[in-house]
Design a protein around this ligand. Structure first.
Ligand SMILES: NC(=O)C1=CN([C@@H]2O[C@H](COP(=O)(O)OP(=O)(O)OC[C@H]3O[C@@H](n4cnc5c(N)ncnc54)[C@H](O)[C@@H]3O)[C@@H](O)[C@H]2O)C=CC1
Ligand SMILES: O=C(O)CCC(=O)C(=O)O
Length: 532
């Protein structure tokens, strides 16, 4: 069936045509949808592409499940996406972290220059027929100190451009090593030092619980009188009410704002002040940046939906299509082994142990582990389980996942052994790949067998090794119309018991199962099935 992508914010046309031309997906562009309308249609789409206007709430994600697989942000900030809710619903969340950073850094520099030279005020003044040279006198940035808070992709470009303007740049970023900042040629300072020394302060941090109000009353009190403040990151990182007070008191001489707590801000008190200049979240608004992020978002969605390749997802490790192709026989096998184990272990699982033995050619086996967990949880939970939410669901259920790799092969070139501990004890299944992609389950608990783990109905019967046992089982199943397609018999250790593995043409009905269990030589019967 044709996959469907919804573009719910305005992105550059190049992104839309890339989606249409390269993917064969059906693409709908519907911008400015009220939340209720988005909620009512999102369930039809495999992927959603947004900028900052669409709020991807838990509600929207729940309505999107189970069809919605990915949300791509044509841009950086993901504060408009409920990432934990997306993970819970198995929706990959991606951004395009590179495409608009130069543009946003340039906007910051433009705002700083406009702020320091009163350019917007000059324009307005001229428009109203005045010639206010004295009132609008500005300040040079030459030899002034710029404090950059957040030395990520944008902050580091701003620092570099400011250096070219011959400013002294001081930097605070608790997550970047002092040596990295010093090697780039900038001075690393504490936040308090930055507040005390900077003539201009610019924030380039994500909006997080810890960064909301980073510049607040207490911070303004530590700053030089006459400092100029810029926020081209996110509304709220500079506390709006405290900034207003600091501007009124003269502690802050002027402020440049590209972003607001509520966008659009409407009749905002800050916008009434002469020493505030502002743009309507224009940081990323250049043709170049918009082409970059729209094409990147389109490419990421195409790669994800077509090839499972994960690029720039924030709730899923990056995986290339190449690696997934190489691992594909093992991920399929691990998924089936997980499904099989779910039927032995039932609920109350506490631990999943996965051992990889033999030759996996140095491949990153994380996707195989995820596939095993996904297979195990799929029959047990009401959610759609996939590679995005499998590990986090296991974590929520209190299931510990451990993995071990040994290059020494055990009996097979490559062997995956999965043990699951639950209220029903510990159950183990081992599997391998014959040739390039022939999956085989080769052990269920202590019974060695050769089972093709494809869709079908199976039974494992423990019985006494006495003449007539196998015949009586076959006859009983036959009486109930159950055809035995495949049978394997093995001895259980040194005991007098056999284990019989059956693949049956249909599900063994309850009355047939009861009849087999009542046979004198039969000790125990476990039935299970694989659905794909
Ligand atoms: N105005 C606009 O149109 C745009 C705004 N943005 C905003 O800019 C922000 C920064 O973007 P990038 O530089 O690409 O992000 P980034 O992730 O490359 O860098 C963010 C930096 O902030 C640092 N950081 C985190 N918490 C901090 C704290 N408490 N104090 C100091 N540093 C801290 C991190 O260590 C990191 O180095 C984005 O999160 C986004 O909200 C991004 C693009 C356009
Ligand atoms: O899409 C936009 O115009 C805003 C860009 C932005 O804020 C971001 O990329 O974080």
């Amino acid at each position: 069936m044709t996959m469907k992508v919804l573009v719910s914010d305005t992105i550059d046309a190049s992104g839309v045509s890339r989606l249409e031309n390269e993917s064969g997906f059906a693409v709908d562009v519907k911008t400015g949808l009220p939340p209720e309308e988005l909620k009512s249609i999102i369930g039809q789409y495999d992927a959603l592409i947004i900028r900052s206007a669409t709020k991807v709430t838990a509600d929207i994600l729940e309505a999107g499940a189970p069809k919605l697989k990915a949300v791509a942000r044509a841009g950086i900030g993901l504060d408009n996406v409920d990432i934990p809710a997306a993970t819970k619903h198995g929706v990959a969340v991606m951004n395009t972290p590179e495409g608009n950073v130069v543009t946003t850094a340039e906007h910051t520099i433009a705002m700083m220059m406009a702020l320091t030279r009163n350019i917007p005020q000059g324009t307005l003044s001229l428009r109203s027929g005045q010639w206010e040279k004295k009132k609008l006198q500005g300040r040079e940035v030459f030899n002034k100190t710029l404090g950059v808070i957040g030395f990520g992709k944008i902050g580091s470009i701003v620092a570099d451009r400011a250096r070219q303007l011959k400013m002294n740049v001081i930097v605070f970023d608790p997550n970047i090593a002092r040596t990295t900042i010093e090697n780039e040629g900038f001075e690393y300072v504490s936040l308090d030092d930055l507040f005390a020394r900077a003539d201009y302060i610019t924030v380039h941090v994500p909006k997080l619980k810890q960064t909301v109000g980073l510049l607040n009353k207490a911070a303004f009190e530590k700053m030089k009188t006459g400092v100029m403040v810029l926020n081209c990151a996110r509304g709220g990182i500079v506390d709006e009410a405290d900034l207003y007070d600091a501007l009124m008191s003269g502690r802050v001489a002027a402020a440049a704002l590209d972003v607001f707590v509520t966008e659009p801000p409407g009749e905002h008190p800050l916008l009434k002040l002469d020493n505030v200049i502002a743009t309507p979240h224009l940081g990323a608004s250049t043709k170049e940046a918009q082409v970059n992020v729209a094409e990147a978002a389109a490419h990421q969605i195409i790669e994800f939906l077509k090839n499972n390749t994960v690029i720039n997802a924030v709730n899923l490790p990056a995986v290339s299509g190449d690696l997934l192709e190489k691992l594909s026989p093992f991920t399929t096998l691990a998924d089936r082994m997980g499904r099989l184990l779910a039927q032995f272990s039932g609920a109350n699982i506490t631990e999943i142990k996965i051992e990889y033995n033999g030759d996996f050619q140095g491949l990153d086996l994380a996707p195989v582990t995820t596939a095993a967990v996904k297979g195990l949880l799929t029959p047990l939970v009401a959610y759609q389980v996939n590679s995005v939410n499998a590990a986090s669901l296991a974590g929520e259920m209190g299931i510990a996942i451990t993995t071990r790799s040994e290059t020494l092969p055990i009996d097979y070139t490559s062997l995956i052994t999965i043990s699951v501990t639950s209220g029903a004890g510990t159950h183990t299944v081992a599997g391998t790949i014959f040739g390039k992609k022939e999956a085989r389950v080769v052990r269920i608990n202590d019974f060695r067998l050769e089972m093709i783990p494809t869709k079908g109905h199976f039974a494992i019967i423990h019985n006494l090794d006495k003449p007539g046992a196998i015949g009586s089982i076959g006859t009983t199943l036959g009486t109930f119309g159950v055809n035995i397609e495949r049978m394997q018999v093995g001895q259980q250790g040194d005991t007098l018991r056999n284990i019989i593995f059956l693949r049956t043409g249909s599900r063994i009905p309850d009355d047939a199962l009861a009849a087999v269990k009542e046979l004198p030589l039969v000790k125990d019967v476990t039935v299970f099935e694989l659905d794909e």
